[in-house]
Design a protein around this ligand. Sequence first.
Ligand code: GAL
Length: 952
Amino acid sequence: MSFRTTAVDYVEDVSPGSGALPPRAWYAASDAKALSLNGSWRLRVSATIDAEDDSFAEEGYDAGDWAEVQVPGHWVLQGHGSPIYTNHLYPFPVDPPHVPTENPTGDHLRVFDLPEAWPADGGAVVRFDGVESCARVWLNGTDIGEFKGSRLPHEFAVGHLLKPKGNVLAVRVHQWSAGSYLEDQDQWWLPGIFRDVTLLHRPAGSVLDFFVHAGYDHVTGEGTLRVDSDVDGRVTVPALDIDVATGESVTVAVEPWNAETPRLYDGELVTEGERVPLRIGFRTIVLEDGLLKVNGKAILFKGVNRHEWHPEKGRALDLETMREDVLLMKRHNLNAVRTSHYPPHPAFLDLCDEYGLWVIDECDLETHGFTEQDWRDNPVDDDRWTPALLDRAARMVERDKNHPSIVFWSLGNEAGTGRGLTAMAEWIHGRDSSRLVHYEGDWNCRDTDVYSRMYANHAEVEQIGKELDGGTHKRRELPFIQCEYAHAMGNGPGGLADYQELFEKHDRLQGGFIWEWIDHGITHPELGYAYGGDFGEELHDGNFVCDGLIFPDRTPSPGLVEYKKVIEPVRIEGDGADGTVRVTNKYDFADLSALAFEWSYQVEGETVESGSLSVPALKPGETADVKLPEPPADHRGAETQWTVRALLAQDTSWGPAGHVVAWGQFPVAARPLPSVAPTEGPVRGEGQITLGPAAFDARTGALRSVGGVPVEGMRLDVWRATTDNDDGAEWQTDTRYGVLWRALGLHRMQHRLDAVELSDDALTVRTRVSPAAREVGLATVYRWTSDGDRLKLTVSVAPEGDWTVPLPRLGIRFGLAEADAVRWFGGGPGEAYPDSRLASTVGRWQSTVDGLQTPYVRPQENGARADVRWAEIGGLRIEGDPEFWFTARRWTTEQLDAATHLTDLTPGETVWVNLDHGQHGLGSQSCGPGPLPQYHLKAEPAQFSFVFSTAR
Ligand code: GAL
């Protein structure tokens, strides 16, 4: 006999569920009563769906010995079970719609009383804003339904079941369900009731669903408002003197909404039983001349992909964390966000309306794991699943349709192609003709209104920009965006400026969205931040989950600082010689009246004078040449430059007065290169050679000290702890240099000593640096000279053999026994690499060795400062000819390379300093293209010098 409990069949049912009310517009608050059911709930986790019966849902059940869990929250982040990270692989056998017997099931219980003031009349609904992945709900012992669609709201009518005291809300949550097949996004699998649970009073005659239509005619300057409502009522907007019936249109002069000047009008929808606040933004989105235009203007997306993430709470975000994301985005000049890959908490969209961000709202749909079987059985191409897909589309559109910030509805991500997607697109187009439809997987643009791609390299983007990419007739008529590009995993991305140049050059290219906003590291007691595999997962994708522009604690990474500079809305170029600065307004809508300009003049990197600069309130696209003041007194012989900055003139909602929006620097007098006239000669003594302030080992010619400062192990160095972008992704082939470098042995170079030569004015040490088992090598000569005070090293490198790969870095490294404070004149304050150096500002900087480190979640090369003229560390002063890349750390490159988490790095006694003549670019090959050829550090003959002295 075989039997199976039908009570749990809903888990593997492809339908969206049963019992929930039709989807409708979401609003935070109205004058109807609401009771938050967030907080502490009772929790019992079972290993399977049927380990326990449903008697816990009965009134009077004693859950006194259950654990407690915070709602919103994920039980696996609260001590019950573990998170799992996979990119696209399903962590269970692919046999849709079946899921494993081992299906962690969290029974949740919450007992609540109605507040005193809860009205006796009317109805009530309980709203779940997000539960992963499938839930069955009981109130006071009555089964009220079950649902799937983790990041979508579900409401149930419960008025008839409520009692004043002792209501028992029971929710059984299953980690795996048929819905999991539709939720294969690249992120942690985190079951739980992770968004708010709210009980809403529904007075008689209260608002049901409503749709705010608020268009803007950029020719007349008028807005047209019509609010369609399922329940008749009136709509008022005091600032516009609007008081009309629902369903009635009214046209008045308005200030439009856009992401730069997000004008919102407060209004109200009033029905017999409820008053709902409205925040109305007037704008019109059209496809015209092959471009996406808002209010008559083609816009350029400077965007980012945002997953919801908090290192302790997972996807259960509070309002302040959401606001922090929006503020960080605004302060870094971003103007757009794609809610990859599901509708966010609805409050996030309120913030986008308020602060001004263009939004691609993406449906909770991804079936990426089916790629492993050539997309066979893909639910999006199987009619049985179409109702679930349409349910998801409707729940997103209905919930979010009243947000002016949303420009695109996105069908989902990486779900292949199929009839279900077409059905979603048709339904969305029919329901909301005021926005466009996006889906990246549809390269022929059959269902979409934009040609969207991910990680297309620069060359292809340029082809598309020039309209030379072919494609279907429909596609050729559409604008292009990169919904994902520039993979911000670890150190990187490189090449941002080069993309931006293309986006700005070709009209058809309407910008892109960096992958991605935040590293999804999980706070861990031993590891600092955990990533895939750290919880013993059977299948996982390691630190591929840490690929954001901000670290898990929301500290901006150098990648974000670079992006801010690359996309700055004001271009400031100058000519130091003729003393003019050219200012261009690159906003799409705003003039420059919100900005104040400031000039400063630096001598040897130090500001000697500054003042304000009067710049006209240019309109978008306009340019002005502005005369700079007379340069301050003559500083002959010193390097001088202008810096001009555009600052917020006043406090705004997202940034304080004085916040730097854009800047430019331009040199006046060039730097005098250090010169050392060789007046001393090397002297051979007892076991050592002396030359000016320096002592060397007599046998090996190795430097031992300069001016009494001991120096350890100085020699040529070509290795760097490979970055995620050096290593590349498994599916990338030919240019994964991190892999090729290691295969060649560049991490284990041997240094053969060929000669130590003393002449009248120089000590010359000849070596050959090469890896075991290979014939390639670098003939390396160190030539030391001195004027008595200072010591000059000239390094000459000549590659030998057939070098088929670039070098990771080229320079010298050495150890200092006592070093902490660092001062330098050059690029800063943060790190820079050849294809990510726009944000590096030339000036005088100081830090500590620890302060120079960038804490990439998986340790890797980091912390180089660009264009360094001189640096002081550990009692030494080092001047470069030419400028160099400066790095210092309390561990060796080999230790950095071996570490898997930051907690593996323990400071040693020695500080290791790298002075590099060159660094290889970063690129984005952990998912996208590698560095462009111009950023490759080619193995070719090179010569560079450093002058050492004791620090003043
Ligand atoms: C894309 C995908 C994202 C993420 C990214 C790599 O293909 O849409 O979800 O996986 O690659 O980090």
